[in-house]
Each structure stands twice: as structure tokens, then as C-alpha cells.
Design a protein around this ligand. Sequence first.
Ligand code: G6P
Ligand code: MG
Length: 218
Amino acid sequence: KNLGLIFDLDGVIVDTAKFHFLAWKKAAKEVGFELTEELNEKLKGVSRVDSLNKILGWAGATVSEEKFNEMATNKNADYLTYVDKMTADDILPGVEAFIRKAKSKGYPIALGSASKNAPKILKHVGIYDLFDAIVDGNSVSKAKPDPEVFVIAAQKLNVPVANCVVFEDSEAGVEAANNTHMLSIGLGSEDVLSEADHVFPDFTKITLEFIEQQANKK
Ligand code: G6P
Ligand code: MG
């Protein structure tokens, strides 16, 4: 099969999931809510606006539209102070080598992320040019677990949806990949990502040969 490889950004390519968590934790405090790591799993892969709506729901808080926008803006400003300090060292172990190997074998590579900051972050850590297509929070209307982001990525790569492999660290993202019958590879803990076809702690444990085998079987 001519495979298309689609990568989520936060928590898959770069170690930014922890920065989103810190920034949301601070925002949640403002409405008297203590955001735990466990609940934070429900925010991974979820857009900025939807994330804030979830937090306000958990907190049982209602805010004006103005306050809502202010909270979202402040969260992003906070998040970007961490992003500004990032370097190539914040690229997660093994992922860049994996992408380069896949490219050398001719597989097209896409980004499929809910983040509006995706292009900025990829440029910041110097790997923007590795991608044949970028689909991010600026170009999708339906959030994960809707598969729209991955379906558009497949179209941009000119690869059938059924030939695509998705790499994800979030429950919502794995669900999105499964919803469109792409091979889903979870990065992180088995407990959180039990719905994924396969789960690995990080890219140092994944070989391209294994992915090719699994994708060709599917
Ligand atoms: C990714 C992250 C989420 C984040 C979302 C929007 O999906 O996993 O934690 O909320 O992108 O990111 P943004 O950078 O646009 O606020
Ligand atoms: Mg992610």
C-alpha cells in the first residue's frame, strides 16, 4: 500500500502537552477549580474553546462572553510564554528520525492537529519543512473525535483514507482515527489509550517496518 502518515502535534511531535496543562491549570484556578492530570486527559486533542467550555462545566461556573474570551486569550498568552522558550530539544524522542526515515522511503507526511499554534511551533523547533501537508486548528471546523482533520489530511496527501496511519497521544484523537478506520497508533499510556490499535510509550519503540506490516494487514 502507498501509506500516508498523519501525526498529531502536541504530545506526539513536541512535548507541549505539559505546557497546555500548566496554562489550563492556571485558568481553572481563576474560577476556583483545581484541574487534575486525570481530567486533563479529556482536554488533550480538544480545541481551545471546547477545552475552556469543559473546564467551566467541571467548575460549575458560568462567565460572560467577554470573560470567556479574556480567559481563552490569557490561556494562550501563558501557553506561548512556554512555547517561546522551546528549542529542538523539545522534539519528543525518536519522532524526527522516524519521520525522516518514512520520507526517505517515499511516504507522504501530514500534520493533523487541533492547535492554531501548530505552524508557529513547527517553525520554532525547525521541522516545518518535513511536512507535505499541514492541517491544523485554523483549517478545520469539526473537532476530534470527529475525523475531519485526518480526512482532510488524507485528501491533501492524495492517499485513500484507508491507507492512512494516525499517531496520537489523546483519547479524542485515537477515537477520531478509529471513526474513519485509519490505523491508530497511541503514544502514551495503555490505560488512557486502550482504544488505539497499538500503543507505544514513545517513538524510540516504534519501527517503520512494524507500521508497514500493520497497515498492510488492515
Ligand atoms: C491540541 C492540544 C490541546 C489544545 C488544542 C488547541 O489538540 O492537545 O491541548 O487545546 O490543540 O490548541 P491551541 O494551540 O490552538 O490553543
Ligand atoms: Mg496531542
